[in-house]
Design a protein around this ligand. Structure first.
Ligand SMILES: C[S@@+](CC[C@H](N)C(=O)[O-])C[C@H]1O[C@@H](n2cnc3c(N)ncnc32)[C@H](O)[C@@H]1O
Length: 285
């Protein structure tokens, strides 16, 4: 190989390396920080915490906590405790100093760690100002949290999971309440007047939206007005076992794993009677 060719190859190789350097740097930065630091304005923080109905009993986790302002406000204004995580060590140090200045460092802590490696099972409220791709990746883990956990986000949604509440005060804010898992077959025993019959129910679920159908005695039974908020379920069925004396059954109950327990009101006004009911998850056929 001629001297000229060797020098030429070295120059080309150097050029390629130089061209790739910024891209490699950007990729490294992107891998490290999934979202850049942009602080949430205080009025938007107020709205997020108002939507989540934060109280002193809450443990709030801010995923990507930036300068700590969301959590410090939750502690100062609402008496909550909690934890913030951020990959940026300088922001974590700044948050710890601000928490001390605000007199809330006994209740809130900040850790330098990756939100994707953080256990948030202790949270009763989660706050986020992240990007859509990050929200999509988090969605399955958030959906698996304890029913009733409140999730609030500034500006971005959790994929196709419809928010329970959306408000707009300068910016969009969204609230989701983690729903209990209901989909599948259930068997209800209700202490209703008349012949004792179990009600078989097949529930369908898309996030917090539920409906279903079942069998009551020998008849098919439709479910009406089904609502699921966290672990609180309500729905209506019509008791038409005796066509001369049919009435709506207003079921209300709390879902606890494979059991639902509550009360059912039969009829309305002075004809109303109230009875306990219990359902257990039936093994899918
Ligand atoms: C848009 S800022 C929001 C800051 C704060 N939550 C607020 O609302 O003011 C997003 C923050 O997420 C942090 N971040 C990005 N990727 C992260 C990751 N994988 N784990 C933890 N924090 C991350 C960034 O350093 C940045 O501070």
């Amino acid at each position: 190989m001629s001297k000229y060719l060797i020098i030429n190859r070295i120059i080309v190789a150097l050029g390629v390396c130089l061209a790739l350097l910024p891209a490699a740097g950007a990729q490294q930065q992107q891998q490290y920080f999934d979202v850049p630091f942009v602080p949430t304005p205080y009025v938007v923080i107020e709205e997020m915490l108002r939507l989540a109905k934060v109280t002193p009993q809450d443990y709030v986790m801010d995923l990507g906590s930036g300068d700590g302002r969301v959590l410090i406000t939750a502690a100062k204004r609402y008496g909550a405790s909690g934890m913030g995580v951020d990959l940026d060590g300088d922001l974590v140090a700044e948050s710890q100093a601000s928490a001390a200045d605000a007199g809330v460092s006994g209740r809130v802590s900040f850790q330098q760690q990756d939100l994707f490696k953080t256990d948030f099972s202790r949270a009763t409220v989660i706050t986020m100002y992240l990007l859509p791709g990050v929200m999509m990746r988090l969605q399955p883990r958030l959906l698996d949290l304890k029913p009733g956990t409140r999730l609030v986000s500034h500006d971005f949604r959790l994929g196709d999971w419809k928010p329970d509440v959306t408000t707009q005060i300068r910016k969009n804010t969204f609230l989701w309440i983690v729903p209990a898992k209901l989909a599948g077959p259930w068997k209800i025993n209700a202490d209703l007047p008349g012949e004792k019959q179990a009600i078989e129910l097949e529930m369908r679920q898309q996030y917090q939206e539920v409906d279903g159908y079942g069998k009551f005695g020998s008849r098919h039974a439709q479910i009406w007005e089904a609502r699921l908020t966290g672990d609180q379920l309500s729905f209506v069925m019509v008791d038409d076992r005796d066509r001369e004396n049919e009435a709506a059954l207003y079921f209300e109950g709390r879902v606890n794993g494979d059991v639902i327990e509550g009360r059912v009101r039969r009829g309305t006004g002075n004809a109303q009677t109230v009875h306990p009911w219990r359902a257990v998850r039936a093994t899918a056929k």
